[in-house]
Design a binder for this molecule. Sequence first.
Ligand code: ATP
Ligand code: MG
Length: 205
Amino acid sequence: MTIKSKKIGIMGGTFNPVHMGHLLLAECAREQAKLDQILFIPSGYSYMKEDQNVLSGAERLKLVSLSIADNPYFSLSDMELTRDGYTYTYETLELLCKDNPDAAYFFITGADSLLSLDRWKFPERILSNCSLVTAVRGDTELQEVKVAAERLEKKYGAHILLLDMPRTDISSTDIRARLASGRSIRYMVPEPVAQYIYEKQLFIR
Ligand code: ATP
Ligand code: MG
């Protein structure tokens, strides 16, 4: 077995907008999977979110960069935003592994993503290039996540670490709804993110 020199977490998402749930998830993953670095990768155009009011890639990138500025372990990549057309996680992972064969990759997700992984493009190519680090979220029961994890382990030989993380119901969907109806999002996103959103009136109309 080759010893990988660096453990890198991949925090993928639409980040429309980034919020404390994402940051807490990344921090729990860093600590519990002993990751050296977490790379936030805002997704490009997603066929799963065509019907939503998605900010431009540049705006989502800006918000993520504001949210991680004070954390030396967190960094940001625009690799999915600069790729044309739909972007798929399997491609991102294959590109990363090719560029950096010495690193071991850990894809960080909430339970909803783990439960839907079978419907992603080429799950076997995702799971052969990374381990998963997953936290329970929303209404999903821990037992349901454990069953799904076992099934993915059997079917694809996946390596899955379930995180111990305080459950938070924060979601981008809820933040967009709050902004659209004039309610506060303070303390649900980092202060600089809230400031930028209010200043640019994002999601307000
Ligand atoms: P939306 O409501 O628009 O789908 P979201 O809050 O789910 O937004 P995404 O960008 O879709 O955010 O999520 C990126 C990743 O972060 C996913 O793997 C998702 O499961 C995870 N995630 C988001 N919010 C939480 C949370 N509160 N707790 C745990 N995981 C989360
Ligand atoms: Mg989501």
